[in-house]
Every structure is written in C-alpha cells, then in structure tokens.
Design a protein around this ligand. Structure first.
Ligand SMILES: Cc1cc2nc3c(=O)[nH]c(=O)nc-3n(C[C@H](O)[C@H](O)[C@H](O)COP(=O)(O)OP(=O)(O)OC[C@H]3O[C@@H](n4cnc5c(N)ncnc54)[C@H](O)[C@@H]3O)c2cc1C
Length: 494
C-alpha cells in the first residue's frame, strides 16, 4: 500500500513542467502486499487487514480520489468482548485503547477483580505532580501499570494495543503507538481524567442527533479492493506495476555522469520492465533519478547498507512478530452461543481449557461484514500468535487449526467441526515499535534524506495501519519530488 500510494502521489504532481515517469516494482506475484484477499467458500475474504480506521483521513481520502467513496462499507455490528476470568465480557463503554475512562461501565463489566478496580481507582485520588516539560518515551505498559495497576495492562490495554501491533505493551513505545497516553501521563492529576478530557477524534463534537460515525471502514467486496483499484488507476495514468520483479541492490551512478543518479539491479521477471538494460551476465539494470523504498525493514536495511550505514543498521535491528490467521466456515447452527459484536480478544494472561491461550482474538466475520453472510454457515476468523509466543511455529497447519478450533470450542458453544478452514501465516509481518521508536525513525529518515532522491515508506516507520502506510507513501513521494525539484515545494498536479 505504501509503494502504490507513493506512485499515486507522484502521478498527481509535476517536477518543473513534467509529470514524473513512475514505475512500481513489486517482488511478489500480486499487488497489495499485506492487504490481500482470497476466495473462500464462494466469498472474497480478507487474509490480513479487513478494515481501516475512519478517524485517520488518508485511506478515505484515497478512496475519494479513486471514486470509491460510494463503495465504503461500515461493519454491520460493533463492540467486542474480552475473554477474562473464565467468560466473555463485553468491552465497557468509555475505554480508550484499553484505558477505562468511565467508572460504572468498568465496574459492571467484571473485567477487573475487586482488587484490580481498587488499584485502578487509586489514580482518581492519588496525587500526581506531572512533568509537563518532560520529553522522551516510555512503554505503554510502564505508564498504565504505574498509574492504574497491572490488571488494566494485562486485561485491557495489552489485548487492544498489543493486539494491533502483535506485540507486548511492556515494550511498545507510548510515543509511537498511543501518543495521547504519554501526554496525559505528563499532566498533573489523574491519568483517566486527562484521557477523558482529550480532544474527540477529529477535534469536533458530533451534533447531538447525529448517528454514531463508524470507527472503521472497509470496501464493498473486501479491503483488498483498495490496492487492486489503486493499481488499476495507476495503469490508467500510465504507471505500470510490475509484479514478480525484486530490486536486489541500489548503486550510486558516477557523480560526474549527467544521467540518472541511481542504478537498480533487478531480479525476477525484469525483461518486461521498460527501460532496463542488461549486462554481460544478463543481470537487468534500471537507471532512475529517485527511489521510494516501500519495503519492510529487513529489505530496506539491505538496500541501504552501502549508502546509509546508520539507517541500515537501525533498520536491521527492528524486531518483527508473526501472526497466523485461521479462517473457518462453521455450519449454520453449529455455533450455539449468541455472537455479540464483532468478536472477542484474548489477553495473554488468560487461559483457555486450563492452558495459556494460543488464540489472541476471534472475528465473527459474517456478522462484522453482512455481505459475507450466507444461510449455510458462519464465517469465523481466529488470530493466533503474538510476540514471544513461538508455539505456532512448531505446529503444522492441520495441528494449528485443530488447536485453534479446540480453543474456540472452549470459549463458545460449538458443535461439530468446521466445514472448511484456511491457514494464512504472516511471518515477521509486524514491526515492533519499541520505546524510542520515533527517535530512531527520525534518525533513519535524516540519514536517508542525505541520499539524493531516496525516501523510505511503509509500516516500519510511523504507524502500521493502512491509513498510516498510505500517508507514509505519499509523504515519501513528496520528499523525493522536493529533492528532484531543487527543494521547491511539490505542486499539486491534476
Ligand atoms: C494479519 C494482519 C492483520 C492486519 N490487520 C489490519 C487492519 O485490520 N487494519 C489495518 O489498517 N492494518 C492492518 N494490518 C496492517 C497493514 O495491513 C500493514 O501494516 C500494511 O498493509 C503494510 O503495508 P506496507 O506497504 O508498509 O508493507 P507491505 O504490505 O509489506 O508491502 C511491502 C511490499 O514490498 C515488496 N517487496 C519487498 N522487498 C522487495 C524488493 N526488494 N523489491 C520489490 N518489492 C519488494 C513485498 O513483496 C510487499 O508487497 C494487518 C496486518 C496483518 C499482517
């Protein structure tokens, strides 16, 4: 998404009097990277992200530019449960990324034990001086644990924020994953009150009679329609997207040469890429003025190694965690528990069937997206794996499915086996935003900015969600344009 978005931004801008000639090179055999769908039981289902945050403007703005606003669909249901203290409990009202801001809904939910509630309530009465001038980062778990106690961390904040990043909040940067928490922690007084006072998303209160705005959007058909439609729109603009072509290396061309600055060495189906030249050993080269490296951290580290050693080393140090998605078709009537909301999350400290839970969450797919509903079945998606849990690696797909289905059966009243199942492994898919992540990102960006016409983009840097990576691709495109344009601000084109 980041690379396609960078290309899109480039088609809408001029360098001097010209629109840049843009080529997208994609190592995989299809576009979209982690935004991907497939056919399952006669329907198109997303294999990774199935929705994007409505609060951030980048994805909806892109949909608007692609003429897809009419195709936006909101989930058919809302709310989620937590598997805590041996049963499913609805997430109470007023929870801000796991931090409770309303007392009574929290008390009634039963998520915290009486001792956990008392500990959290200390925040409302204990003096906290605050440090408004403080700078620097802390982990989400450290802040919430010290202010509200470990139960709020383990049962609420870790499943939500840790779930989004497939990480643990003990290590995740507050600055990068939940900036209002860091700001609230620096204010004097209660953390909960400071978060409650924070601006509403978008900064404006909705009119009192307005229907609640959706928190997430997807596209009619699947979220993966977005990269597919974007690639088609790029083709219309004359921007080819070459799949099956990997950039193997990046070399600086001689500075005294008036030609393009960079030489890319390509692998794969590179003969099809216009403008390539071959050398004696039939390696294909492509000379370009500028490059947006919209690839995961490890690949970016390799490509930058000879040019920006510090950036390369910082990128090489980014840890990643893996997630596996198990999609199930359960025969109609076989799930006898009421399916309320979009699904449930499983805190890492919860057990299922007396053992540490393998599944981290469950989406009632055909309830969340009514377009997927059929009379014959219930589509359910289980997420397995989080940072530090290596158990999924030692299980083959059948074993993993059996273990995940057994846990589902311990949470919900399920009769019989799935009609069909599908396992999708996302190895190393989630960069871990450790404490100090944004400072390291700034260092990487600064080091890369010293290379003429090069910028980095994608989930490694300033947000893992689809809107954030779209924004990062577009920002990277403007950065390379400024470099090509002699640092003049990029002007919008058509
Ligand atoms: C299971 C799962 C669930 C998710 N759920 C959501 C969700 O609900 N909502 C949400 O907003 N986000 C979600 N995300 C996160 C989001 O989908 C990703 O963070 C985002 O799509 C990453 O986009 P990207 O462009 O940065 O990277 P990628 O999608 O990883 O794209 C990078 C591309 O670079 C290509 N590439 C790599 N090396 C080279 C090379 N040398 N030459 C050429 N090409 C190369 C790769 O093939 C790949 O296509 C989820 C992710 C996963 C895995």
């Amino acid at each position: 998404m980041a690379g396609l978005s960078a290309a899109w931004e480039l088609t809408r801008t001029r360098v001097g009097r010209e629109t840049p000639r843009v080529i997208v090179l994609e190592a995989g055999n299809r576009v979209g990277g982690k935004v991907r769908s497939t056919e399952f039981c006669g329907r198109t289902v997303d294999l990774a992200g199935d929705a994007f945050l409505a609060r951030r403007p980048e994805a909806t703005q892109l949909c608007d530019e692609l003429g897809l606003t009419g195709a936006l669909v909101a989930p058919g249901t809302s709310g989620a449960s937590l598997w805590v203290r041996g049963r499913l409990r609805m997430m109470p009202a007023g929870v801000n990324l796991g931090v409770p801001t309303k007392a009574w809904p929290m008390v009634r939910s039963g998520i915290l034990s009486p001792a956990g509630l008392l500990r959290a309530a200390v925040d409302l009465v204990a003096p906290h001086r605050g440090e408004p001038q403080a700078t620097g980062d802390r982990s989400v778990g450290d802040i919430v644990g010290s202010r509200l106690g470990h139960q709020v961390v383990e049962r609420l904040v870790d499943p939500l924020i840790g779930g989004i990043h497939a990480g643990g909040v003990a290590d995740l940067s507050a600055e990068a994953t939940f900036p209002p928490l860091l700001t609230a922690d620096r204010r004097p007084g209660s953390l909960v009150r400071a978060l409650r006072r924070g601006p509403s998303p978008g900064g404006l209160a909705p009119p009192p009679d307005a229907a609640p705005a959706p928190v997430f959007w997807s596209l009619d058909g699947s979220a993966a329609r977005l990269p597919a439609e974007l690639a088609s729109a790029l083709a219309v603009q004359g921007v080819p997207v070459h799949t099956g072509v990997a950039v193997e290396s990046l070399a600086r061309r001689p500075v005294d040469d008036a030609g393009p600055t960079w030489r890319l060495t390509l692998a794969g189906d590179a003969d099809a890429v216009p403008g390539t030249a071959g050398s004696s050993d039939s390696v294909r080269h492509l000379d370009v003025d500028a490059v947006v490296l919209a690839v995961p951290a490890g690949q970016a580290a390799g490509l930058l190694a000879g040019h920006a050693p510090l950036a390369s080393s910082l990128l090489g140090d980014v840890e990643h965690s893996s997630v596996t998605v198990v999609t199930l078709s359960m025969a109609a009537g076989s799930v006898r528990s009421p399916l309320v909301g979009t699904g449930f999350l499983v805190p890492r400290t919860s057990t299922i069937g007396g053992r540490p839970a393998l599944i981290t969450g469950c989406t009632y797919l055909s309830r969340k997206w009514p377009g997927l509903a059929r009379t014959e079945d219930e589509l359910i998606r289980l997420s397995v794996g989080r940072h530090g849990d290596t158990r999924p690696d030692s299980l083959d797909d059948d074993e993993l499915t059996a273990a995940a289905v057994a846990e589902l059966g311990a949470v919900l009243d399920v009769a019989g086996r799935p009609r069909a199942s599908m396992v999708t492994r996302w190895d190393g898919a989630f960069p871990q935003y450790r404490v100090g992540h944004l400072a390291r990102t700034a260092t990487i960006e600064l080091a890369v900015a010293a290379l003429p016409g090069v910028a980095v983009a994608g989930a490694t840097y300033r947000g893992v969600g689809i809107p954030a990576v779209i924004g990062s691709g577009r920002t990277a495109a403007r950065t390379v344009l400024r470099s090509l344009d002699g640092a003049a601000p990029a002007r919008p084109g058509r």
